[in-house]
Design a protein around this ligand. Structure first.
Ligand code: ASP
Length: 342
């Protein structure tokens, strides 16, 4: 049985492949071939690695659905030719991209591992080499001739997480990501310790399907003490708005002031879908637990349960493009599609 895998490395941009502009001191993207020259260790790996790069690598702050489609199209086109995919991506929006791709690919039976770094690969103290090399090794893991990881993951600083469970929590530390509501899938120490019971179980008889539709006429609104009524009314009243992700307090709580509750009710009655996610990085929305969330529940607000904001944005975009009835949308949103909620 073969132990080496064929891995496609997809470079989209991000710090990992940047260099310092000596005049301005700012980091900017550089040529992908130069990136590979900085990691001669890749040649020591047992896997066959091919590479492909965005024609114009981006800082991931410029990420948008068009780029998710670019990544997904590459993976779909090369799906049969490779055992696994590693996506090099800026850390700033990596959790959004990993979430988006997790929904776009139904019945994935191969690994798609996102990784990046806090320091450029050419930096002496870089975290890029470990992140990249271990990501490739994880993407190449096989058991009984089949890939071990069969989902979209995010690898950073010794841990592989389910991609749609992650959040960037630190702009300074090498440990930049957390998955508060779901255990790590793999931990890298002396050995790669796979947490088999946490892995996504694919239905290998079903064919992988790429869903390309994404609806971007949505809003993400974070509630805060003193939120301005007329500004909020203005946003909610936008006539082509299709969905709102409301980031509420704690277990899904929001002000009980009449104007706010009425605004939510009226918006939902216009056919706009409103999803409740928590501002906390861990824990879950449980509407009805407090008076301050009972009103939202009664108004027909959808519970995001323990979904991350990043995954909620991606899931709303993905499901809205399917033109479901509000009732079906709510049922599907509150159900785990790719392991994004517990
Ligand atoms: N601004 C960079 C990006 O997200 C940061 C990084 O790569 O870590 O593209």
């Amino acid at each position: 049985m073969k132990t080496s895998s064929n891995i496609l490395l997809i470079y989209t941009g991000g710090t990992i492949g940047m260099i310092k502009d000596f005049e301005t001191g700012a980091l900017k993207a550089f040529n992908f071939d130069e990136l590979l020259q900085n990691i001669p260790e890749l040649k020591l790996l047992e896997h066959n690695i091919d590479t492909i790069s965005f024609t114009k690598p981006i800082d991931s702050s410029n990420m948008k659905p068009d780029f998710w489609l670019q990544m997904a199209d590459i993976i779909e086109e090369k799906y049969e030719d490779y055992d696994g995919f590693v996506v090099l991506h800026g850390s700033d929006t990596m959790s959004y991209s990993a979430s988006a791709l997790s929904f776009m690919f139904e019945n994935l039976s191969k690994p798609v591992i996102f990784t990046g770094s806090q320091l450029p690969i050419g930096d002496l103290r870089t975290d890029a080499k470990e992140n990249l090399i271990t990501s490739i090794q994880i993407a190449g893991l096989q058991k009984n001739g089949k890939p071990v990881i069969t989902e979209v993951g995010l690898y950073f600083e010794y841990k592989l997480y389910r991609g749609n469970r992650t959040t960037k929590i630190n702009a300074e530390h090498f440990q930049a990501f957390a998955s508060m509501n779901y255990a790590a899938l793999v931990e890298s120490g002396v050995h790669l310790a796979v947490n088999y019971s946490a892995l996504w179980k694919p239905n290998r008889r079903r064919k992988m399907k790429l869903h390309r539709g994404l609806e971007d006429r949505i809003a993400l609104v974070k509630i805060f003490p003193g939120i301005n009524r007329s500004l909020l009314e203005h946003i909610f009243a936008k006539e082509d708005l299709r969905g709102i992700i409301l980031e509420t307090y704690g277990s899904g709580n929001a002000p009980t002031e009449e104007w706010f509750v009425e605004l939510v009710k009226e918006t939902i009655s216009r056919g706009v879908l409103v999803v409740n996610v928590t501002q906390c990085i861990g824990g879950s929305v449980a509407m009805g637990q407090y008076e301050t969330s009972t009103q939202l529940k009664k108004a027909g607000v959808i519970s995001g349960k323990d979904i991350t904001t990043e995954a909620a944005v991606a899931k709303v975009m993905y499901l809205l493009a399917k033109d479901l009835s509000p009732k079906v949308f709510k049922t599907i949103f509150e159900t785990s599609l790719r392991g994004e909620i517990t």
